[in-house]
Design a protein around this ligand. Structure first.
Ligand code: ZN
Length: 151
């Protein structure tokens, strides 16, 4: 089990060090932002929405390794998906970071974030960029803040 933990940590460290799709997206027609004052994480997400499909996703921001790695993984996982598919992927991620349970039949690089469930204060770090992206994709571009309890 220790090896798995190490593997997951290496994914997070790699994405934190070399975040993917870390850029402004000139073609973006939706922009969302997130702020997690508990930790100091700030994220801006750029979504190019074509109909109900997220044809491209990028982000910029600053904060802890979990928040940056989760945003980087998010861009890879949501690109090309419909809004409904994106919500299903987020639901799966949310279950992993809150329970630590990984769906063995549906493994992805997002399983790297399952260890976050051991640190409840960091769950918001992992979900911030996803909230911002999904809200923006659904037309709600109000900044997301984690002040509210419950998610
Ligand atoms: Zn954080």
């Amino acid at each position: 089990m220790q090896d798995l933990t190490d593997l997951y940590q290496s994914v997070i460290l790699d994405h934190n060090r070399r975040p993917r799709n870390y850029k402004v997206l000139p073609a973006a027609n939706r922009v969302g932002s997130g702020n997690n004052p508990m930790c100091g994480d700030q994220i801006t997400v750029y979504v190019q929405l074509d109909g109900d499909r997220l044809t491209d996703v990028s982000f910029q921001g600053s904060g802890c390794a979990i928040s940056q790695a989760s945003a980087s993984l998010m861009t890879l996982n949501l690109k090309g998906k419909t809004v409904a598919e994106a919500e299903a992927i987020y639901a799966n991620l949310h279950r992993m970071v809150t329970t630590g349970k990984v769906d063995e039949d549906n493994l992805s690089d997002l399983a790297a974030l399952a260890g976050v469930h051991q640190f409840p204060a960091r769950i918001k770090c992992a979900t911030l960029s996803w909230h911002a992206a999904l809200n923006a994709a659904k037309g709600d571009e109000k900044p997301v803040t984690t002040e509210k309890p419950g998610d």
